[in-house]
Write a protein that binds this ligand. Sequence first.
Ligand SMILES: Nc1nc2c(ncn2[C@@H]2O[C@H](COP(=O)(O)OP(=O)(O)OP(=O)(O)O)[C@@H](O)[C@H]2O)c(=O)[nH]1
Ligand SMILES: [Mg+2]
Length: 342
Amino acid sequence: MNKKDLINILLKTASPSVVNFLKGIQTHFLSDKTLHFTMLGGRGVGKTSLLACMYNQLTNANALLAGQVRRVEGVNDLDNAYSELRRMCNRQETQVYNKYGVTGTEELKVYSFNLGKKPSHLSINFYDFPGGWVVKDENRDKLETLCKISDAILVAVDMPFVMEDHATHATMYNKPEVVKEIIQAGLEDSCNNKLVLLVPTRGEKYYLDSMPKINPISAIEETYGSLINMLKGNGYSKRTTLAITPVLTTGCVVFSRFKYEENDSVSEIYFRKISPNAVFTPKNCEQPLYYLLDFFLKKRLEEKSMFDKFLSLFIGDSLAEVREEIRKNTKTSGEGFKMLIE
Ligand SMILES: Nc1nc2c(ncn2[C@@H]2O[C@H](COP(=O)(O)OP(=O)(O)OP(=O)(O)O)[C@@H](O)[C@H]2O)c(=O)[nH]1
Ligand SMILES: [Mg+2]
């Protein structure tokens, strides 16, 4: 089923609030050459920061795709988020609090850019919503709809809650069961293949330390065990690609401690710089996008469609060669990366 058919079905069958929501974003779904990438995760887990770093890596630091990225919509906000993150890291004090840095997202944002030298080549839309939607029932339908129409779902995993006092916090704040239910609903009506990425964020403490007390991969596999098992099950595994792809969005700030309320809930999370002179050095932020491009190119190669022609214009090589180049630069093991379903 192509995306237009799926949207037409949803417009006929969904509840009025979802229909209105879909109509509002429908203009973004017109082309089959658009890839849709939804960020999933609770409030403050670092979704917008990650998008900002991904986009910045692509436009400024990425040799592989240099000169191929064209701005379309909303990306000024990502530039601003990137500057805020950098400013947070450059503060002289060594205690860096949550209140600095990127401000919370208030409504669904669509960030759109083109890859390739002509507008007709390939567009990528990122969907970024307020993390509060994950726990609000009235917004659950919208999230499920976004997951249905997306090619890729990126689950931001707030690592301090997974790694520190794991037994108490791991599921309380990242809401892995809710995330699983939303992704399951996203897979149910849609017969399209999906890429699901578990993306650890705010985890510098565990990835810069060569001997963390708990292995981050095992901790994530345990926390998201139910989601992973569901995706590995027979119904979904053939049309799902699943991987753990950690990103270091600051590269210089590590978890320090939680502040607790009387009822034992965490009210603040404190970070500190690795050293007073440490500087903002994001790392691996381009990796989720490489996964998305590889996933897309693989699908197109299998279909052997006309996309081959237009994509060969995109980097100037054949589709298989472009894919090979991206695969060479994609991390699938080491540094906390793991391919769970290929
Ligand atoms: N220490 C540290 N802080 C980070 C990192 N990434 C983001 N932050 C900070 O964490 C806070 C939340 O980041 P956001 O990117 O706004 O998180 P979000 O998931 O988009 O949040 P909502 O839009 O509210 O759902 C901000 O203060 C960021 O500056 C990181 O890697 N390390
Ligand atoms: Mg946000």
